[in-house]
Design a protein around this ligand. Sequence first.
Ligand code: SF4
Ligand code: SF4
Ligand code: SF4
Length: 512
Amino acid sequence: MIKITVNNKPVEVEPGTTILEAAEKLGFEIPTMCHNKELENHTSCMICLVKNTNNGKLLPSCSIPVEEGMNIVTIDDEIREARQTGLELLLSDHVGDCEAPCTIACPAHMDIPTMNRLLAAGKFDEALRVVKQNIALPSVLGHICPAPCEGACRRKPIDGAVSICLLKRSAGDEGVYDEKPAQPTGHKVAVIGSGAAGLSAAYYLQMLGIQADIYDKAPMAGGQMRTEISEDRLPKAVLDREISVIEKLGVQFNMNTEIAKAEFEQLREKYDAVILASGLITDEQKTWGISIAAKGFDADNNNYLTNLPGVYAVGNTLRPSKLAIRSLAQGKEAAAAVWQMLNGKAVVGQPMKFNSKFGKLIIPEYAQYIKESVVDDRFEPGNGMLAGFTKNEVMAEAARCLHCDCRKIDNCKLREYSDRYGAVQQRFYYNERKPVRKVFHETIVYEPEKCIKCGICVRLTEKYGEPFGFTYIGRGFDVEIGVPFNESINDGLKLIAEKVADACPTGALARK
Ligand code: SF4
Ligand code: SF4
Ligand code: SF4
């Protein structure tokens, strides 16, 4: 047996054991991408670097066997930087979008492509569930949002943006609201203001099992959405319907209730947190002891916490904005921050994860994307904007979506580690990007420009006896992975296509 230490913990392992295996035996996680337990080691990604402190050398832990007396550390600043650089080199040649451009442009960060795919399949209830993960008032916003998402839609310069905003409204109008809040936690939060930000904060708090009590001097909830928007743009019945959904969850509405400094102090005593969402701040509110910035209360950009412990500020209390979706997004993020605070977590709000991006589509790429969409100009509702789409129009318009998001968005190691190590995609960007290709197999999709040449697919197809399988094609920097002899991907992957897709550490190979 060989004795080494990993992060100062001793371990004894058989000769031939790799450093990675020894570390795993002690419960230490080391990131890997080109490593696969079924296969012989083939070090290429260098993400698994660790340090032998006896000589200060960085070693690829997946392939180096232990040696007597090694003292290994699995993370320090130098290792972190080496992993970050390794990831940035891989990203310099990586052409793909993790999240679709529309999702990134939406202030609430709604998962638009998933909504579109569900609507195209006529699954309105499921589509509504997706929307409500980020937007508490889908039908209302479907009437009033200026749709920054559509400005970023890949189809916009070609044949018109997908009509995302109206599709979201249809999800709200046609889908069944079946929210199931978490078990009550016993925590309670006061929300001052019942406009977009306040309603959104209350909705997400209640869904998290936190009792939300709204206070507003107005007789009816809705803020400016009720008082400033005409009936022919936003029918009151739509607003009332979506507010009643929030009320049914258990949110308490205390209307006709003016909150001045004394009442604010009482709310701070009575509740675990207070969220300020009452619109532009008044002179009286400026006396509440909350730091003031140029245009409103001063709060942290990510978690909305003010200088007063447990007091959060969102929406127009921070700065004037005509975008209700921005206020809604802030209400949701503040609810997440309150939950984190009440559960002893780092109070970070809802930070954006790492996103690989490649910018605008060029014309040849459009031909690749249209393979899984339809050639059609943007539909306009036959019965006018106020009426919105019919169900058939919804399905036809949603089918125009190009599926710009990556299929491996939630299980791509490149994305996960790029996020963890703060990799910057543009750091080693050196050239014009390669054009995107999409190659369709019966059950999987291959996107060569997302490949990191780890070779797992090559080794797996060889191990399992695929007649053609995958191989390295070309040389040097231009090498790529493909089926030998120009055979089709269906011929290359006849036996283990889905196994290979699941083993690929990126979205280069993914199930349809
Ligand atoms: S392969 Fe990974 S990093 Fe690349 S676009 Fe897909 S999820 Fe993002
Ligand atoms: S085509 Fe679909 S996924 Fe792509 S940007 Fe437009 S709405 Fe989003
Ligand atoms: S396609 Fe093959 S070589 Fe490329 S990242 Fe996926 S498994 Fe690795």
